[in-house]
Design a protein around this ligand. Structure first.
Ligand code: 6PG
Length: 244
């Protein structure tokens, strides 16, 4: 990887979750001090759940000024909010339902209409919040990485990776064919801070590939995450880092 972003290797996935929760607190304090709010796009999947559960526990939630926090989603599956597959449901169960965040500060990707309407509605929500700027500037984007190198719902070989205008894109999970909604790569790359949380042996080969610049021509979506004016951190456990 060209510019070596910050790689932090922790012994266990629990320590990765702790590090992610600590960064969430620290970045929320810094962002609120800088401009009065903290806008974060959360990752879906299973890895970040432990971090969200920590943030919803007393030790962490009391350190966060929730009325000034705005939760967004990096991507969503086109399923109802109460579906076991829903990223919103995972975040609601682990975090939102356990903290005093105003309902208007939770910006769910509405998936109860058509996929194109869902993408348009979410883009409109982002444009309302970030006002009329070229690109929204999230204070933090949390990301996971699939064993195939995807991130958010940006999958290898997808036209979505070429998007240079839209903030939100309708995509599809290539293996299952299931519809997804995702932030576009430019939105992710305009964030002030981007943090990957990656754990487990099954990610080790992909993480090694992502970090070996000679593979640049086969860039995986995760490798395309390079903040234009922000910091990029990788929070990984020893198992995921075992082939680095
Ligand atoms: C999703 C996520 C996706 C996830 C990776 C890793 O909706 O599934 O946004 O990009 O971060 O697939 O998932 P795990 O953390 O479950 O390995």
């Amino acid at each position: 990887m060209k510019d070596q972003p910050n790689l932090f290797v922790f012994d266990t996935m629990e320590q990765v979750a702790l590090a992610a929760a600590e960064r969430f607190v620290d970045y929320s304090i810094a962002s609120i001090r800088e401009h009065g709010s903290f806008a974060v796009a959360l990752a879906g999947g299973s890895t970040p759940r432990s971090a969200y559960e920590l943030l919803g526990a007393n030790e962490f939630k009391s350190r966060i000024d929730w009325p000034l926090v705005h939760l967004f989603f990096g991507d969503e599956r086109m399923v109802p909010a109460d579906s076991a597959e829903s990223n919103y449901r995972m975040v609601n169960d682990s975090l939102i339902s356990r903290v005093e965040i105003p309902p208007g500060n939770v910006h769910r990707i509405i998936c109860e209409s058509t996929q194109s309407e869902s993408a348009e509605l979410y883009e409109a929500e982002l444009k309302r919040f970030f006002q009329s700027v070229d690109w929204p500037r999230f204070d933090l984007v949390l990301l996971g990485m699939g064993a195939d190198g995807h991130t958010a719902s940006l999958f290898r070989g997808s036209d979505a990776l070429k998007e240079e205008e839209k903030w939100v894109i309708a995509t599809r999970q290539p293996q299952t064919g299931k519809d997804r909604i995702t932030l576009s790569l430019p939105v992710i790359n305009h964030a002030t801070r981007v943090a990957f949380v990656v754990t487990g042996n099954e990610k080790a080969a992909t993480l090694a590939r992502v970090w070996s610049s000679e593979q640049a021509n086969e860039e995986s979506p995760a490798q395309r995450v390079r903040p234009v004016n922000g910091i990029l951190e990788w929070l990984v456990d020893r198992a995921a880092a075992s082939k680095l």
